[in-house]
Design a protein around this ligand. Structure first.
Ligand code: IMP
Length: 394
């Protein structure tokens, strides 16, 4: 068996949560491979809304085992808060002993670094992601498996606070935290690479869930305005321990337009009425930070680039219904001297909640077919609403 993969092909917030939730119904295991609680998925089922940051979106499939892989960075307090939304997750959640821990000093360092950068700030989520990955690479990080010895971990944490000159809580306070984390989280600690190998060897279906998006990748994104992990499909091998031979099909998730949170280049951004309208109708506000997202037209050359980088087999096009009522819709089809060249499309009335491709108005079908042609990859899923079932498969 091979593991299938879902990856964002824009700047994150593409709607991966909904896609993974939909697909997860057919999978036995769903694994996260990078990022931390900077990610935010909202899953809406009927009138229930779940906010997921660290736990894979398979948690809403009663059958699936959810894996937080070694490439993820974990804030214990955030994870516990998130776990509390669900009934007992024992037997449903495995957390890699090699995943790194985000501590409060990482968060303090993240915020201080942003402040120092002034108008050159990255616009991070302030979750401590960069400093935690920096410690990992500098070989001075703390790993999830260290929860096995709560007392020793407490002293290691205090030592790190002192090294980076962030005011530290008392050792008694740190010990009380590490004890609490041990009690709540240690039952989930596992060798997740082995668990995933065994799952594949036993013929189980595994889905790998990317966080953020391709254009925020530390190596291939719009550096330095990126996150601190490899968000691309190749990151899934590093972040889980599966080899490239064990990766099966890759689904790239894109919105029918582009958004970006934080600073950095965004050539198709619309600062005027069109951008405001997309933001309002698409409710484009960060799940993690509550920041309004920057909005603009679909960028086909960037989508093509992302599909090549990730080896995308199939695209899920999300939030097409946000364009309901637009007279015209633009798409960047090319770049000339660094500036976007736009193609204009006629809008449509209402497609919200349509679940069959042939029921779409001709203008919407034309928009989808044209994007497919410009990107050169099949669009297999189209989302026409927030609910799990407002989805077209083609
Ligand atoms: P960090 O990951 O918090 O270090 O933030 C680095 C950049 O990635 C900033 O531009 C963030 O806004 C962006 N970012 C991080 N996580 C997400 C996400 O889940 N969706 C969209 N943007 C994100």
């Amino acid at each position: 068996m091979k593991a299938d993969l879902v990856v964002g092909i824009q700047w994150g917030d593409e709607g991966k949560g909904k896609v993974v939730d939909l697909l997860a119904q057919q999978y036995d295991y769903v694994a996260r491979y990078q990022g931390g609680h900077n990610a935010g998925h909202t899953i809406i089922i009927g009138d229930k809304r779940y906010a997921l940051h660290l736990i894979p979106s398979g948690v809403l499939n009663p059958k699936a085992i959810n894996v937080i892989g070694n490439g993820v960075v974990i804030s214990p307090d955030e994870l516990i808060k998130e776990m509390d939304q669900f009934d007992d997750l024992r037997g449903k959640l495995l957390i890699s002993e090699n995943a790194h821990l985000i501590m409060d000093y990482h968060i303090a360092l993240d915020k201080a670094s942003e402040q120092n950068l002034g108008d050159k700030a990255i616009g991070t989520t302030g979750c401590g992601i960069g400093p935690c990955y920096a410690d990992k690479i500098a070989r001075s990080g703390l790993r999830f498996g260290e929860l096995r010895d709560a007392k020793k971990l407490a002293y290691s944490i205090l030592e790190r606070y002192e090294k980076c000159s962030v005011p530290a809580p008392s050792i008694a306070e740190i010990e009380s935290s590490t004890q609490f984390w041990q009690d709540r989280l240690l039952p989930f600690c596992a060798d997740t690479t082995k668990a995933l190998w065994e799952a594949l060897d036993w013929g189980k279906k595994v889905l790998l869930e990317g966080a953020q998006g391709t254009l925020l990748d530390i190596d291939h994104g719009t550096y330095p305005y990126v996150t601190s992990s490899n968000t691309v499909a190749a990151g899934a091998c590093i972040g889980t321990g599966l080899s490239h031979k064990e990766i099966g099909s890759v689904m790239g998730v894109a919105k029918a337009y582009c958004t970006r949170v934080g600073n950095g280049p965004f050539a198709t951004e619309q600062l005027g009425e069109a951008g405001d309208r997309i933001r309002k109708i698409g409710q484009e506000v960060g799940t993690t930070t509550g920041r309004p997202r920057r909005c603009g037209w679909f960028d086909a050359p960037l989508a093509r680039f992302a599909c090549r980088l990730n080896g995308v087999d199939n695209i899920a096009l999300m939030k097409l219904d946000v364009f309901d009522g637009f007279d015209t819709i633009l798409v960047c089809s090319d770049y000339l001297d660094g500036s976007p060249v736009y193609k204009e499309f006629k809008g449509w009335g209402k497609i919200s909640k349509i679940r069959v491709f042939d029921d779409l108005p001709v203008e919407a079908k034309n928009y989808v077919d044209s994007l497919e042609e410009m990107i050169g990859v099949k669009i297999g899923i189209i989302s026409t609403g927030a609910d799990r079932y407002d989805t077209i498969f083609r």
